[in-house]
Design a protein around this ligand. Structure first.
Ligand SMILES: [Zn+2]
Length: 164
């Protein structure tokens, strides 16, 4: 395992209720991010401490947050918010990309092509060889157009994070 991978796996996040889209972008990068559905500092802190997570929040003037690791997100756009997180924690967005379910925040497992027959559109089945499944919701992922679009987004985020 490279140093970069270790770093990415170690950092876990909890996103406040204003940061649902950012949360999904981080999961796309393979990062562990729970969506809190709250912006109440005490509740965020509770989750952060219990599960050893960094709080991501849009609330700017919160002094109570000093009792936990946190990052105050400045931008309104999820894309730019992702750049803020990537910069702050020195994350490579592509290193562990697409290893986690975007809906459930659960690591994906590889599945045999035969096992997804009939569960994915037949043109996908014919043209792809690598499939992954979320053990929680059963959603099947594959390398394809949709994923390539998402990869482009992550590449843009990576580029953006390297700008001075
Ligand atoms: Zn899932």
């Amino acid at each position: 395992m490279t140093r970069e991978q270790k770093k990415n796996i170690k950092k876990k996040f909890v996103a406040d209720r204003n940061l649902g889209k950012l949360c999904r972008l981080l999961r796309m990068m393979g990062l562990d991010c729970v969506f809190a559905r709250t912006s109440v500092p005490s509740e965020l802190i509770e989750i952060a401490k219990e599960e050893n997570r960094v709080i991501l929040t849009r609330k700017k003037n919160i002094t109570s947050l000093r009792y936990a690791d946190f990052l105050i997100i400045q931008d309104e756009m999820p894309f730019n918010q992702a750049i803020e997180v990537v910069k702050a924690y020195d994350i490579d967005p592509l290193e562990n990309a697409f290893t986690r379910c975007i809906e459930c925040n659960v690591p994906l497992i590889g599945v045999k092509k035969e096992d997804v027959r009939g569960k994915v559109p037949s043109y996908i089945f014919k043209t792809r060889d690598e499939f992954f499944m979320c053990p929680s919701c059963g959603r099947i992922y594959w390398r394809g157009t949709h994923k390539d679009n998402m990869r482009e987004i992550l590449e843009e985020i990576k580029k953006g994070s390297q700008d001075p």
